[in-house]
Ligand binder design. Sequence first.
Ligand code: B12
Length: 211
Amino acid sequence: MYEKMDMIKQAIIQRQHDQIETLVQEAIDNNADPQELIDGMIEAMDEIGQMYSKNEIYVPEMMVGAVTMKKGLDLLNPLLQAGEKKSKGKIVMCTVKGDIHDIGKNLVIMMLQGAGFDVVDLGVDLPADKVVEEVKAQKPNILGMSALLTTTMPEIQTVIKNLEEQGVRDQIKVMVGGAPVNQEWARKVGADGYGEDAGKAVNVARELINA
Ligand code: B12
C-alpha cells in the first residue's frame, strides 16, 4: 500500500482542495498504483457521505469534498488512458434528470476509456427525451445511466420506457449504476446490466457486447 494513502484520504475528508494535487502528484511520482489511489479516494468520499448523514457537515462542505476528489481524479485520469487504443465499442453515459452527481459516472467513464471503449459523456441532469435523442443520433452499443438519489432512480425506468416507445430499445444494451441502484432493481426496470463500481462496469460492458 502507498505509505501516504492516509494523507490523501484525509485531504479529501478534510476537504483540503488546495493540497490534494500536490499529494496525488507525489504519489504518482512515487509510482503508486492509480487504482489503489482511486479506491482510497472513494473510501474518503464514503466517509464524507456518512458525515453528511450524521449532520456533521452540510451540502457546501460535501461540495468542496467533491471538488477535492475531482482534482485528484483529474491527475490520475491520463494514467488510466494509457492502455488499449482500438475501440471495443461505443458507450453513451449520463446522469439522469434531477441528479447532478457525476463523480461516480466520471470514474466509470475513465475506466471504460482505459479498457478501450469509446465513450461519449452526455453530462448530468439529462432529461429522458434528450437521452433517447442522443441514442438515436450517436448509435452507441451501450447506454450507461447513473442515479445517486432514490428520487432520481425512476428516471432510469422512464428512459428505458421511452427507448421502447421510440422503437430503439432493441438496438442497444442498457447498463445502470449508482449507490442506490442494485442488481434486482436493475433487472426489474428492464436494464441489461448493472455495475456496482467502475471496475465492474467494465466487466459488464464487455459481457453485454462480447467485447
Ligand atoms: C459528493 C456528493 C454530493 C455532491 C455531488 C458533486 C458531484 N459533482 O458529483 C453535491 C454536494 C453536489 C451533492 C448534492 C446533493 N446530494 Co449528494 N452526495 C455526495 C456523496 C457524499 C458522494 C457521492 C460520490 O461521489 N461517491 C463516490 C463515487 C465514486 O461513488 P458512486 O457515485 O456511488 O459511483 C460508483 C458506483 O455507484 C458505480 N456507478 C455510478 N454510476 C454508474 C453508472 C453505471 C452505468 C455503472 C455501471 C456504475 C455506476 O461506479 C462508481 C465508481 O465506482 C454521497 C454519499 C455517498 N456515499 O454516496 C451523497 C448523497 C448521494 N447525496 C445525497 C443528497 C441527499 C444530496 C442532495 C439532495 C443534498 C441537498 N439537500 O441538496 C443534493 C442533490 C443534488 C442533485 N440534484 O443531484 C444523499 C442521497 C440520499 C438518497 N438516498 O437519495 C447521499 C447518499 C448522502 C447521504 N448519506 O444522505 N452531493
